[in-house]
Design a protein around this ligand. Structure first.
Ligand code: HEC
Length: 217
């Protein structure tokens, strides 16, 4: 639309003002060119956001896993539940600050109610769930939100191995009694049990300011 308006405006100038003809043509070309460049940049920006989101989610995942494994070694699984309860969110906050983004793990089968999806995340989480139900592989995704100021990176979180089942698996066979007791007392509305290896546990949601991505390009 803007392009059409500009074409009309510049064409008018070409006809009405002979001496400025050359300059106006140059302006016209320059505007078109910059729009072409902008189009390319939008693609570059999205690709950069995907790349950065992949790095940040890996970083966050490693930070959580390192602490979780140490904690299980030191205090056992039931003890590590308490650790997750007090340390999972602060650990994500730490990684968020480091990268100047906001990192969340969201799920409909949430354990901590703060991990429920917000409006922007809801649709994306549903898409990951749809893919899971239909055996379609999900790729990381970037969407513009908040008038394009924020790029929302999302990625499916799958259960990578047996270790997760000690706290997220079948209560009858995978989770020991002490752990179940801890989970029940800390999370009375827990929905995060009954998972299997390879199943969808939720998604990473990383809100990246677009200007930070542009700065990196
Ligand atoms: C020692 C028990 C324990 C183990 C093992 C464990 N988790 Fe959790 N998980 C928790 C607790 C407790 C919470 C809630 C954390 C909070 O309150 O912030 C949680 C929360 C989560 C969440 C956030 C969404 C929600 O339900 O609130 C995800 C995603 C998650 N875990 C995935 C995993 C994955 C993947 C693994 C295996 C790599 C794993 N967990 C292993 C105890 C555990």
């Amino acid at each position: 639309m803007i392009r059409v308006i500009l074409s009309i405006l510049v064409a008018g100038a070409l006809v009405s003002c002979g001496t400025r003809k050359k300059v106006d043509r140059e302006v016209f070309d320059a505007v078109n060119e910059s729009m072409e460049i902008k189009k390319v940049n939008e693609v570059d920006i999205i690709n950069e956001a995907i790349k950065w989101g992949n790095e940040i989610s890996t970083d966050a995942q490693q930070a959580l896993m390192a602490k979780l494994t140490t904690s299980i070694d030191e205090k056992g699984v039931a003890g590590a539940v308490e650790f997750c309860n007090v340390a999972a969110l602060p650990s994500l906050d730490e990684v968020s600050k480091k990268h100047k983004v906001v990192i969340r793990r969201v799920s409909h089968d949430f354990r901590n109610p703060v991990d429920q999806p917000n409006e922007a995340e809801e649709m994306l989480l549903k898409a990951y769930e749809y893919n899971e139900e239909n055996g379609i592989e999900s790729k990381p995704n970037v969407q513009e939100i908040e008038n394009g100021e924020i790029l929302l990176y999302t990625k499916a979180i799958k259960i990578p191995g047996e270790m997760c089942l000690k706290c997220h698996g079948d209560p009858a066979t995978d989770i020991d009694e002490a752990t179940l007791g801890k989970l029940e007392s800390l999370y009375p509305d827990d929905k995060a049990k009954g998972h299997k290896v390879g199943g969808l546990r939720g998604m990473w949601s990383i809100a990246i300011p677009k200007k930070e991505v542009v700065r990196k390009l």
